[in-house]
Ligand binder design. Structure first.
Ligand code: C5P
Length: 220
């Protein structure tokens, strides 16, 4: 069929993952969470004792790992060498360390290559989300969206996601620190040329999904 790549970028806590997954379901498209791939490489390094400051070792790990990620929006599954790591990659220790992998350019290049292959493997009918999908991974996507939200909205959602186990100042520090580190290699705070901004600060989940689908229907 006709190619429909929907590229969605945005900071953490913008609701990007859940909104993108639901948009994919409604479009009968595949879904790719690229952040999960950075998390999987990070988890692998942490569990095998690879020094995250050793760029060559991290790049090698990114190339060598047997990483599987489901591109079905109805089946969340990530495996490393056949082991289900779907939940483990969400652990705080991974969130705290993941920027080290994201800022290792050799590891990024490898993950970008894998992401492009997954998009092609889905027959180019896919919603792919991350930090550099609209600009680097799929700059010629039919639809490119920057999903933003105010800092307070993002912190509130992140807090809800974690089930209120952390104090708001801790959370604020973690979310902002990660965004600051990520910003050194990817610009996900401003929309590139031709990228449509959807601000979800004042929208609930359903309204955000509809806003994304509206963009899809106007441009594709
Ligand atoms: O989206 P999520 O918060 O799970 O992403 C985890 C991390 O992966 C980000 O903080 C960032 O360091 C990295 N990432 C990236 N480029 C992407 C997706 C995620 O650098 N396209």
């Amino acid at each position: 069929g006709k190619s429909l790549v929907v590229a969605i970028d945005g900071p953490s806590g913008s609701g990007k993952s859940s909104v993108s997954r639901e948009a994919a379901r409604r479009l009968h498209a595949a879904y790719l969470d690229t952040g999960a791939m950075y998390r999987a490489v990070t988890l692998h390094c942490l569990s095998t004792g690879i020094d995250l400051k050793d760029a060559a070792a991290v790049e090698h790990a990114a190339r060598a790992i047997e990483l599987y990620i489901s591109t079905s929006p109805d089946r969340e599954l990530v495996t490393l060498a056949g082991v289900d790591v779907t939940t483990a990659i969400r652990e705080p220790r991974v969130s705290e360390a993941v920027s080290a992998v994201a800022t290792t350019l050799g590891a990024r290049a490898e993950l970008i290559r894998r992401q492009r292959a997954l998009i092609a493997g889905a027959g180019h009918r896919i919603v792919a989300e991350g930090r550099d999908i609209t600009t680097v991974v799929a700059p010629d996507a039919e639809v490119r969206i920057l999903l933003t939200a105010s800092e307070s909205a993002r912190l509130r959602r992140r807090g809800d996601q974690l089930g209120g186990t952390q104090s708001s100042s801790q959370l604020q520090q973690q979310v902002l620190e990660r965004d600051a580190k990520d910003s050194t290699v990817v610009n996900f705070q401003q929309a590139a040329d031709g990228v449509v901004t959807v601000d979800s600060s004042e929208l609930d989940f359903e309204q955000t999904v509809e806003a994304v689908l509206d963009v899809v229907h106007t441009v594709a």
